[in-house]
Design a protein around this ligand. Structure first.
Ligand code: ATP
Ligand code: MG
Length: 348
């Protein structure tokens, strides 16, 4: 076993979707099952969700359950991965307070992901300070567990950069307490930032262009059949475009060679299918049906397992509570080291 530690998580702002799955969730389960990590922490980021949903706490609360069920459905195992809720670990908030001193106002305002999210969310009366500062709170989440490895989607790159800057500055000014984490991105280009079914840049709970892990077989099919493809591909015989065609992007993310044998034996592989589409003569319905078969096969076992866990919600909360207790032990240890390094441990 290595000394590597994983920290990652999701905001409880909705059910988890296939963008999360290919961007981070699928990899987490694979990493969990290698047994190579010393510790794995999976956080439901409710405090972060409140930075832009502060007026709707009910939504955040409800979605704690949904995200926990999604986790169990995909195969995260509480025996191997500590699953916990951010707000229940006050040490994280305390760290944020100290890290804020290490980041200039200009620096928080420069974060490209935050900038894009500010554009996308219509903050009526102004952008909440807590929202602009959430990357600093993320640095607390990551460093509290001394995470070495953070498996996330591409939109998190600036957050990891911010965290590394804070770590370097802290260690330089005070003492070498914190660990610089590495981002772990999906190796497949399509998975870094899966587009929504509407062809928009990113599938996102807040935009509502998602195929959810908990969607029924019918819903999945409906969403796929009405998906955005190539607006210039009008007649079947017209040459089609594969770049920017969401169906092909999803095929890039999900299709395996064995799927052709099972569902589309006329083609040997995805390259052949793409070539035919580009040449003309291959209709959207056919590629959508193929995608549907693949997604149904992948998502059905997840949905079934999720439904099993949903029969005993108190057991899910018991699991979360135990996870919070374990997480707090580690975070408290780091916070003690941080306070010692900062000379604010007056009574010890
Ligand atoms: P919200 O709209 O509330 O921000 P979200 O859909 O962006 O929700 P998050 O909880 O912010 O989801 O992200 C959780 C994790 O999933 C992060 O690691 C993020 O990088 C990854 N992720 C989110 N959307 C995608 C996507 N479309 N493709 C790949 N990874 C994604
Ligand atoms: Mg997000």
């Amino acid at each position: 076993m290595s000394d590597k530690i994983i920290l990652t998580g999701d905001r409880p702002t909705g059910h988890l979707h296939i963008g999360h799955y290919v961007g981070s969730l699928r990899q987490r389960v694979a990493l969990q099952n290698t047994g190579e990590f010393k510790k794995i922490f999976i956080m439901i980021a409710d405090a972060q969700a409140l930075t832009d949903n502060f007026a709707d706490p009910g939504k955040v609360r409800r979605n704690i359950t949904e995200v926990a069920l999604d986790y169990l459905g995909i195969g995260l195992d509480p025996e191997k991965s500590v699953i916990f809720i951010q707000s229940q670990i006050p040490e994280l908030t305390e760290l944020t307070m100290y890290y804020m001193n290490l980041v200039s106002l200009a620096r928080v305002e420069r974060n490209p992901t935050v900038k894009a999210e500010i554009q996308q969310k219509n903050f009526g009366e102004g952008v909440p300070t807590g929202f602009v500062c959430y990357p600093i709170s993320q640095a607390s989440d990551i460093t509290a567990f001394k995470a070495t490895t953070v498996p996330v989607g591409e939109d998190q790159k600036p957050m990891l950069e911010q965290t590394r800057e804070i770590v370097r500055k802290f260690n330089d000014i005070y003492a070498p307490v914190l660990v610089e984490p590495e981002i772990l991105l999906a190796s497949n280009e399509a998975c870094l930032r899966l587009p929504g079914t509407d062809g928009k840049a990113k599938m996102s709970k807040s935009i509502g262009n998602c195929i959810y892990l908990s969607d029924s077989a019918d819903d999945i099919k409906k969403k796929i059949m009405s998906m955005y493809t190539d607006p210039t591909h009008i007649q079947v015989n017209d040459p089609g475009h594969v770049e920017g065609n969401t169906v092909f992007t999803y095929l890039d993310a999900f299709c395996k060679p064995e799927h052709f044998g099972r569902y589309l034996p006329d083609y040997a592989n995805l390259d052949e299918l793409k070539a035919h589409y580009e040449h003309g003569g291959l209709g959207d319905v056919k590629i959508k049906k193929f995608l549907n078969e693949i997604l149904q096969e992948e998502l059905e076992p997840i949905r079934k397992r999720r439904e099993e866990y949903a029969k005993d919600i108190p057991a899910v909360y018991d699991m979360l509570k135990k996870g919070c207790e374990k997480a707090e032990e580690t975070a408290a240890q780091t916070l003690a080291e941080v306070k010692h390094a900062m000379q604010i441990d007056y009574f010890s």
